[in-house]
Ligand binder design. Sequence first.
Ligand code: PLP
Length: 409
Amino acid sequence: MIEKELMFDVEKIRKDFPILHREVNGKPLIYFDNAATSQTPQQVIDCIVDYYSRYNANIHRGVHTLSQEATNAYEEARIKVQQHFNAAKPYEIIMTSGTTDSINLVANGFSAILTKGDEILVSALEHHSNIVPWQMLCEQTGAILKVIPMFESGQLDMETYTSLLNERTKLVFCNHVSNALGVINPIAFIIEKAHEVGAAVLIDGAQASPHIKADVQALDVDFYVTSAHKICGPTGVGVLYGKEEWLLKLPPYKGGGEMIDQVTFEKTTYAGLPHKFEAGTPNICGVIAFGAALDYMNNIGFETIAAYENELLHYATEKLLAVGDVTIYGTGKKVSVISFNIDNIHPYDIGTIVDKLGIAVRTGHHCAQPIMDFYKIPGTVRASFSFYNTKKEIDTFIEAIKKAKMMLS
Ligand SMILES: *Cc1c(COP(=O)(O)O)cnc(C)c1O
């Protein structure tokens, strides 16, 4: 135990994050909105500065040295992502602008595959970015959208899920971890059952990625998507992992430079993977910095991160419940996210008061309105912890919550 604590020195880690040393409203910043976006360590900031200071150039095009350096760094980053998610091939990793973009790429591809009467299953716990593209797809193709229901506990109803699967089911979509509740979904089971009826599965890993290292081959998942900005990387960068057979089947999403083989006005042939899906100049610097972010996190180690965050989760849950009149939504196996309400106090009012005390939490529906409708609430207060947060910050947060409760009830 002592050894583990020595291995994980949170004060040392905090030194890597310049933003954690600023003040907000005259108080030291306490950043508990990690589920919306994570903060950026100096190592990643340095990587961005280094790119623009030394080798900013377009990739895959020029023979000149700068272009070759940028191309090498970009492709090295792709391999870092491949290794991180244990994909079989580097070209199964498509760089996108984020989770939303990755999902839209797949949805667009399936519009050429689905026909009327085909069925798509989505979980009741989805982020809007994993609902709306499928609704658009169903409108286009005549496919039918069905919902895997949830229980009061925030767990998905796996019995109903199994009964919804049939030979018309072509696609199943579910997040690995719910961003609104922090609940970890049984994706291995979901994937296995979907495959029994020949359906493909897309897992939205945006909320899982900061806490759990997914192994796409072990999961046998068809598509896995995430965003760099939730894993200490920059905004505007994301990943689509797709099994080679699927990526070959799907048509390109965007037309433009980089994604073509031959272009004439009569006919254009497309480039091979991964370039077929990477039209135009990508976020070169962002992708390279994403590689640096994965290096940073893997250096600490995901098991170490998860163990520490779990400690924060349990500490905060206990202290919060002790405040009284607190309802926490989502129980069972969770990452370090607490979604809660106090009595009949509007979450927005709590968020505003704690912000005055320098504490950043998210309030509202968390891009998951159907979940809020399920609980018949306007929203929640969501505190989400990262490995750079501390118990001391949680203590300050609890004092702020007590104060807010006193002022508002
Ligand atoms: C953040 C998040 C998204 C959206 O990611 P973007 O980076 O905004 O595209 C989708 N799903 C889940 C579960 C998320 O947490």
